[in-house]
Design a protein around this ligand. Structure first.
Ligand code: DX5
Ligand code: ZN
Length: 212
């Protein structure tokens, strides 16, 4: 069985103690940390941006999984790459020419991901599956942590897996807990983002173990 990559979303962490919160999930066994960037336009919420990624990079060697929920992501790829993101995931719905954005991300030596919102069909991402490192399937409407998992979105996992190269990482984000995690991994996902489930638990290590 392949290992499941757990990516704790700091959106649900205590921002006053971000360094401690990131170290805590690392000590609890996470190798990745998920950073949700929101611009108040692509999604109805504003979160964090480049300076925070830069600060995080100085304090950890964890893999920085950056989820851009922003319009015109191509304008900010260089800034996030320089700030230390390892993976830059943008939304298919936010760009006119996805291939151009993928190439731009790769030109900085970074891994590229594309995310699709609940209403976007799986087949819309097929043309790009050979060019990216990760596909991120949203199982909530992007914008907020703590929402309920949308089961019908999980059905995109096998559809994408069937059309994807072997090494593509299939990540799911939104409403992941110990129960929904099993649904996603049994359907073929090999990376799970979890915010409120991990950061809302008393024991981060047990929470992470219960997802893999
Ligand atoms: C939502 C973000 C998620 C969010 C997930 O727009 O992309 O990464 O942090 O939060 P939970 O795990 O609480 O659904
Ligand atoms: Zn996210």
């Amino acid at each position: 069985m392949n290992d499941i990559i757990i990516s704790p979303s700091i959106l649900s962490a205590d921002f006053m103690n971000l360094e401690t919160e990131i170290k805590a999930v690392e000590e609890a066994g996470a190798k990745w940390v998920h950073i949700d960037v929101m611009d108040g336009h692509f999604v109805p919420n504003i979160s964090i941006g480049v300076p925070v990624v830069k600060s995080i990079r100085k304090k950890t060697t964890m893999f920085l999984d950056t989820h851009l929920m922003i319009e015109n992501p191509e304008k900010y790829v260089e800034a996030f790459a320089s700030a230390g993101s390892d993976l830059i995931t943008f939304h298919l719905e936010a760009v006119a020419n996805p291939k151009k954005v993928i190439d731009l991300i790769k030109s900085f030596g970074k891994k590229a991901g594309i995310s699709i919102k609940p209403k976007t069909e799986a087949k819309e991402i097929f043309p790009y599956l050979n060019d990216i490192d990760l596909v991120l399937i949203m199982t909530v409407e992007p914008g907020f942590g703590g929402q309920e998992f949308m089961h019908d979105c999980a059905m995109k996992i096998p559809v994408i897996k069937e059309n994807a190269p072997e090494n593509l990482i299939i990540q799911v984000d939104g409403g992941i807990n110990n129960l929904t995690a099993k649904i996603c991994t049994s359907l073929g996902a090999n990376s799970l983002v979890a915010g409120s489930y991990i950061y809302g638990s008393k024991d981060y290590k047990n929470a992470i173990i219960s997802l893999s």
